[in-house]
Design a protein around this ligand. Sequence first.
Ligand code: SF4
Length: 401
Amino acid sequence: MIILGSAPKPAGHSTRPPLPPFLGHQLAAFRRALLKWFAAKRRALPWRQSRDPYRIWVAEIMLQQTRIAAVVPYYQQFLERFPTIAELARSDEAEVLRLWSGLGYYQRARNLQRAAREIVELHGGTFPRDAEVARMLPGIGDYTLAAVLSIAYGKPLAALDGNIARVLARLGAVQMPLREPKTRRKLQEEAQRLLALRHSGDWNQALMELGETVCTPRSPCCGECPVARWCRARAMGLEAEIPAKRMLRRGVRVTLGAVVLCDPRGKTLLLRSPGHHDAVLFSRLRQFPAIEIIGDMRDGADDGVWEEAKRRATTQIRNYLRDEFALQKLPTKSFRQLPALRHAVTFRDVVLLPVLVRVPRLPQHPEGEAVPLQDVPHMPISSATRKIARAALATLGELPT
Ligand code: SF4
């Protein structure tokens, strides 16, 4: 499938581009226009100050599913603490997670460190230049591979992330959903065909930059676009309709009860290994004991129904404490409901019902660890766990001791 050509006159919707591909001189002009625009408009982002593959790699991993503005302070802190691959390789995982804490998707941090250790052990501490070797490292997919090797080493590999896919789809008026593997494959081929071979790093970054700043998901600024004259979507008046909307996956509603146990010394219990239902929410980091509450807690929830739902949740939490931690006969006054929290995780719409439970002593649990509650917000934990800890500390401050 050839998807890019010079822009056609407006026409009816079509999934087949009607025009031939760029002719040689058009392709050269297209590349020149985009590279010239990038040279003039590129933002001075911290990872653009260096060709060090380690710095580029860390940035690319952090930028996955995370906005640039959110990444910048984490990136700077991370590189101050781990300025080299060797430093990252010999550090504790807990320290790496602490610096990642708040960025989410913690598996990225774990893979980054595992890959750093492999690079030190097998590749002399330098990010491999060979694509097939680099591809074997944990957490390195096609996109990261192409981005790092093209920007750091000038390898002729076209990167395809969500921004670049959208730009290419609009340029070629491709009206298929971009996440379909077949569409993705074709866009990857097209990205490779368009790649400016002698400037592959700048080329990949230019397309990303165009997608982030001009050809944005909603309301692309076509008047400022350096390649508008080659854009089929613009010529056909389809820029707002591409990419094609995805069929929305129905959101899954989940209610979790989380338990902040607190002993007279102010210690609480965290579990090292989450249960199956809360692994995504708590990012496989230490967390408070939690269970999924059975029964939808929200349908038609006026205040009375909501109170009833919370009572049902408390009953299920009591049973959980009895069965999992052998905590029985806890008086009702030792339970204190904390404010409910909403938390959206990909397609899951999660309501958290945290409960503070005063206990004379913390129970033993094979995955458990007793820690001072006031230290919890500063540990490498998910933002959901941090919110719960803060709510518990605020409530304890209000309670008589
Ligand atoms: Fe995107 Fe508009 Fe440029 Fe086409 S002309 S690539 S739709 S910004």
